[in-house]
Design a protein. Structure first.
Ligand SMILES: Cc1ncc(COP(=O)(O)O)c(C=O)c1O
Length: 420
């Protein structure tokens, strides 16, 4: 690719060349932050309007049992959404619960895992994981009197001994985009009788994952990144069918009761994955997510992966050619790369802000504890359903200009925004 028309030709042959029209992408914006907040699918605004006006406004409480349109009922919504997510992560719909935040889902799965291994005292987490995973693990360890052990991200299995109840890892690292070999790590930890949990926030909808075939135990993932469910949309939890009869989640609310409207005094868990529900499902958020997931209905994850690798390959190749001094921290091997590319820079915060000022939206993530420093990682996510090869080309052109003109040094970027 030596000029923009070469990039345009790659878009013509991409298996996802036709899916960008399913999204609202503002004019003049190159959106490389779908790994943080996915773009708005075109049909969601109308659907939400209808849910509010008809299902809530007209149907009122009746919509829990039957919608005014006759198409379904609110009580089924979270099962419907689970059925849309399941094939994207290699799961059966009956093994997926949707409805809490990722953090709450992590709490539920970590407590359940610890209870499944009562003879073991250790939870293993890697130190560079997304902070909420470590924070929740530390809260669970505190609550249950367990030890939290940090592993070497390069060799997590070295920390797994006979005292480990759970190894909890993020499949694709949120800073570097590095991806673990999920089946191999799962098998390695299970050989030591530890349970394995995967955080799929940066995987679901971007890279193929086959939870059932990998034999994993537990997984959680958010839906507001590559699944485009909207800000704060509910997370999903997967529990291996091997464990469901035995596994007990700790937030024993009425929606996970075998018979919520029996209003019984004592808790009796619902059968199967329904036990993982706790409170009233977030109907508006689930409705938006249900509609957003329609964009995947006719796609395979193999197509998504092919398009994603083509985009990240092009970005890396253009950076290598034009900005060879950049410190790219994302693995170059396909099998170790998620759907993002990141580089370190002494002024990474300013670089990202200067790009945003030019309409190229990525983001900045800190490394270490010095939050006064603008050094860190500039991160670019390639959501293959709406990012094109020409966007990659344009982003690199802008990046060259930002670096050549030292636009990152603008004093306006010396104070960080709350969300970076
Ligand atoms: C790997 C990972 N886990 C968890 C979260 C966030 O958790 P929650 O959905 O509870 O905000 C993120 C958010 O970016 C993430 O990247």
């Amino acid at each position: 690719v030596t000029d923009r028309s070469d990039a345009a030709r790659l878009d013509e042959v991409s298996p996802l060349g036709h899916t960008r029209e399913r999204f609202v992408v503002p004019e003049g914006v190159v959106y490389l932050d779908g790994n943080s907040l996915g773009a708005l699918p075109v049909r969601v605004a109308e659907r939400l309007g209808q849910v509010v006006a008809e299902e809530w406004g007209e149907g009122l409480i009746r919509s829990w049992n039957a919608l005014p349109s006759g198409a379904g009922r609110w009580m089924e919504l979270s099962r419907r959404v689970a059925a849309r997510i399941a094939p994207l992560v290699g799961a059966d719909a009956d093994d997926v619960h949707v409805g809490d935040s990722t953090s709450v889902s992590l709490f539920k799965t970590m407590v359940a895992a610890a209870r499944l291994r009562p003879d073991r005292r250790v939870l293993v987490v890697e130190p560079s994981t997304f902070p909420t995973d470590g924070y929740v693990a530390s809260g669970v360890a505190d609550l249950l009197g367990l030890e939290l052990r940090w592993c070497d991200p390069a060799d997590p299995l070295a920390a797994v001994d006979d005292d480990v109840a759970l190894l909890s890892l993020t499949h694709v690292d949120f800073r570097t985009g590095a991806m673990y070999d999920l089946p191999a790590v799962t098998a390695g930890a299970q050989a030591r009788r530890a349970l394995v949990q995967w955080d799929l926030c940066h995987s679901a909808g971007a890279v193929p994952v086959d939870l059932a075939a990998s034999g994993a135990d537990l997984a959680v993932g958010c839906t507001y990144k590559y699944l485009n469910g909207g800000p704060g949309s509910p997370a999903f939890t997967w529990v291996s069918p091997r464990l469901q009869a035995e596994a007990r989640q700790p937030i024993t609310g009425w929606m996970g009761h075998a018979s919520p409207f029996a209003m019984a005094r004592d808790y009796e868990p619902a059968a199967g994955i329904r036990h993982w529900a706790s409170g009233t499902p977030p109907v508006l958020a689930l409705s938006a997510l249900d509609c957003a997931l329609e964009v995947f209905a006719d796609l395979t994850m193999a197509q998504v992966r092919q398009a994603s690798l083509s985009l990240t390959d092009l970005f890396i190749r253009l950076l290598d050619e034009r900005l060879p001094d950049l410190d790219i921290v994302t693995p170059r091997e396909h099998e170790r790369r998620g759907s993002q590319v990141s580089f370190r820079h002494a002024q990474a915060y300013g670089v990202v802000q200067a790009l945003i000022a030019r309409g190229v939206i990525g983001d900045f993530r800190q490394i270490g504890d010095d939050d006064s420093s603008s050094s860190g990682i500039a991160r670019f996510g390639f959501a293959p359903l709406y990012v094109r090869h020409v966007d990659v080309y344009d982003a690199v052109e802008h990046l060259e200009a930002v670096l050549a003109g030292e636009e990152y040094a603008d004093p306006a970027y010396s104070t960080r925004n709350a969300v970076t």
